[in-house]
Design a protein around this ligand. Structure first.
Ligand code: AMP
Length: 161
């Protein structure tokens, strides 16, 4: 019987606990290819929605509060911001992801990733993680910080140095 099969097939049981909405955090570094590959695999495996976040923390944004979501389809007179938007749109289009699932947020990466995950009911965040050596061990990585702030699962992809 069908029900009997469901109870005893571990693969089906695993898929029943499936992730439904996965968020990949991209920072335009060489780590992104590893994060994207794993996020695509996971979204195919679980038939989950896939979203992207990039947090802007490296261009001047006067008079903009941390946590501000930047609309991708509204032009601004901030030249650097327009470049960032175009970069994200190009990447999103190349992955075949709808713009409505693509988030550009001004703020602190770990805070905004965790906050968006909560607001958008994400159940798995995927990001990159590098091995640390020497004094760098004392500094908290984005993956460490997101882990402390997020309330959903987190998959840190080990990125080769
Ligand atoms: P890091 O701790 O800077 O080495 O970054 C580790 C990972 O955190 C990256 O591979 C990304 O997945 C994510 N990340 C870091 N900075 C950002 C950012 N500004 N926006 C989105 N994701 C980020």
């Amino acid at each position: 019987m069908c029900i009997h099969t469901l109870n005893f097939n571990p693969l089906i049981q695993l898929l029943m606990q499936a992730y439904q909405h996965i968020l990949m955090a991209l920072n335009y570094s060489s780590s992104d290819q590893f994060v994207i590959t794993k996020a695509m695999e996971m979204s195919n495996l679980y038939q989950a929605k896939l979203s992207i976040i990039h947090v802007l923390d490296d261009i001047p944004m006067p008079d903009t509060a941390y946590g501000t979501r930047i609309a991708l389809d509204k032009a601004s007179d901030n030249h650097l911001l327009e470049i960032e938007k175009q970069r994200l749109v190009t990447l999103t289009d190349s992955l075949g992801i709808d713009h409505s699932r693509c988030w550009l947020v001004w703020g602190s990466p770990h805070q905004e990733i965790a906050l968006l995950a909560e607001q958008e009911k994400i159940d798995l965040i995927i990001l990159g993680s590098h091995p640390k050596h020497g004094l760098a061990v004392l500094l908290s990585s984005t993956a460490d910080s997101v882990l402390h702030h997020a309330s959903c699962d987190l998959l840190a992809i080990r990125v080769p140095t």
